[in-house]
Design a protein. Structure first.
Length: 390
């Protein structure tokens, strides 16, 4: 049996002592707020299935038909023989929905960001980004050999100072909705700066697409921006859209460049064509009256939760999105509160460094259109009884 080298053991011990060890859990059944995890029932408040589409009957039926049409796997990369009519149709559906010339599919949001940023970055140009950008954007910048320069979270003036000294054609990247804080980037101001200083603006809208804005157009809809102002948009299918995979929406010319130079696109097997077909069905649903009703229900749940939380001495971070973090501070306190919530039938994971900065551990509450007001009442009741020193 292979013995772990000392440096591996020491790293694991350090994480254990700092209350930073992560573990996976087993979900028994479909992705719904009322679920069974490791054999026990819970009401879950940590899924990114913001509209409850992961278990929607229309999409389940669509997937069954898609498997009959296309089988299970794609068999090859998009540029070999893995790009089916279902993939092409999905790209065209997204392009029409969001108003872009070209859409490219990826297996995951991490791969999409890695592919775009590594291809668009260059050692003679800078990648400029928010300090709270997703890890995939940071990793893409590092792999691109660009000089990575980061401004204080949502600091427009700080961003401008970096752009003033950047090369023409540098890449400005930001989350649309920040995954751990739940707040939005000042996209209109950033778009104006990108135009002024001749930078390419790329927005990661993983947590906005589908569940925000007119017709579910995410941060573009909320900020009244178009594909002209945001020439590169990344969105994921595994959150509000309810399926799996991701996309980059962009111009025809940039799409051609990414086709030639985005290594995760070139060298990865295409997503399942059956998943592509059911994702098209989900996007149609998002643009329907039912999609609007689901977004309205999510917004109602967000308002209700924030109103109920006003009565308690917990630091609910400012957010109008489905991500409603409660700032705790120390990792040990966040873990204790998470365990107390579980003992009361509520599943909410403690978020700790390195996902968030040291001293800013939190309970990351995520709300869904599938949660009832009674579910939220149960959450608030459990939080009240899980207060530190309670």
């Amino acid at each position: 049996m292979f013995d772990l080298p000392d440096w591996m053991n020491e790293s694991l011990v350090d994480r254990q002592q700092a209350n930073l060890i992560r573990k996976s859990v087993v979900l028994d059944g479909p992705q719904t707020p009322h679920t069974v995890i490791d054999g026990k029932p819970y009401v879950a408040f940590c899924s990114n299935d913001y509209l409850g589409l992961a278990n929607h009957p229309v999409l389940k039926k669509s997937l069954k038909c898609a498997v009959d049409d296309y089988g299970v796997g794609s068999g090859a990369s998009h540029l070999v023989v893995g790009h089916s009519f279902a993939h092409q149709k999905l790209e065209e559906d997204i392009a029409q929905w969001l108003g872009y010339e070209r859409v490219m599919l990826f297996s995951a949001g991490y791969m999409a960001n890695l592919g775009a940023v590594t291809a668009l970055g260059h050692k003679t140009r800078e990648v400029i980004g928010d300090k709270l950008n997703h890890a995939s954007l940071v990793d893409g910048a590092k792999l691109s050999e660009s000089r990575l320069r980061r401004y204080v979270h949502n600091d427009v003036a700080g961003c401008e100072r970096l752009l003033k000294n950047a090369s023409v054609g540098s890449l400005l990247v930001t989350d649309g909705v920040f995954s751990m804080d739940g707040d939005m980037a000042p996209l209109r101001e950033l778009a104006a700066l990108a135009d002024q200083y001749k930078a390419l603006l790329m927005v990661d809208d993983a947590h906005g697409i589908g569940c925000m804005g007119d017709s579910g157009r995410g941060c573009l809809g909320v900020s009244s921006l178009s594909s002209i102002e945001v020439p590169i948009l990344m969105g994921t299918f595994g959150k509000a859209i309810g399926t799996a995979g991701a996309f980059i929406a962009t111009t025809s010319d940039i799409g051609e460049y990414l086709t030639q130079f985005a290594r995760p696109y070139i060298y990865t097997t295409a997503m399942s064509p059956a998943v592509a077909q059911v994702t098209s069905a989900s996007i149609r649903l998002l643009q329907s009256s039912e999609g609007g009703e689901l977004r309205d229900k999510l917004a109602e749940n967000i308002r209700y939760f924030r109103q109920k939380m006003q009565a308690y001495p917990l630091e609910l971070m400012p957010s109008s999105t489905a991500i409603q973090p409660i700032l705790v501070g120390e990792s040990s306190v966040a873990l204790t509160m998470s365990e107390q919530l579980k003992s009361r039938g509520v599943w909410c994971t403690a978020i700790r460094p390195p996902t968030v900065p040291i001293g800013l551990a939190r309970l990351r509450i995520t709300l869904s259109a599938s949660h009832s007001l009674q579910d939220i009442d149960m959450l608030v009741y459990a939080l009240e009884r899980s207060l530190p020193n309670q």
